[in-house]
Design a protein around this ligand. Sequence first.
Ligand SMILES: [Mg+2]
Length: 194
Amino acid sequence: MSKGRILVDMDGVLADFELEMAHRWHIYWPDDDIDQYKQRPKFKYSSMKEPIDNINEKFEKIWSEPGFFESLPEIEGGIEAVTSLLDMGYDVRVVTSAGNKRQAFTEKANWIYKRLGDNWVRRLVVTNEKHFIDGAVLIDDRPEIARGHNTTWQQIIYDQSYNQYVNDRPRLSWSDEDWLDTIESTVAQVQAER
Ligand SMILES: [Mg+2]
């Protein structure tokens, strides 16, 4: 029996969506101040202080490009963390959204396969509705992930600049010394409440 199911988001937790987005943005529209994404107050890029013309269309153009998702750099420590959680006996699943893009779906599977191998492709869950998925915890950078639904999981916020206003949930970053303690204590708490 597993020690509990841990759901781990991909973009902003394992894969650095933002870094690749900014890199490509600089190439296409060098006059835009895209680097302010690091200080935006909310998850959506449209929450940036200085307006960027046609921001949604530009965002869409980049994340629709073939190869975008497969080229995302790793967030340091993420792959090692999920590997060690699995080794410790947790049932780890990578839970990610591909929007309505078939290309994102296959590229995300390739991203996982390249770094983690066959054994992890079957651990990949692609859904736009993470509240359907059963687990003890979900590690996710996006604050509004439960969308008002009841969930079996407790969210652990993956620490990013745009979610600093959230203070009602546990929080971790792979660079924290105690990331494992945060997960284990949250899993234990959820299991005790069941
Ligand atoms: Mg995310």
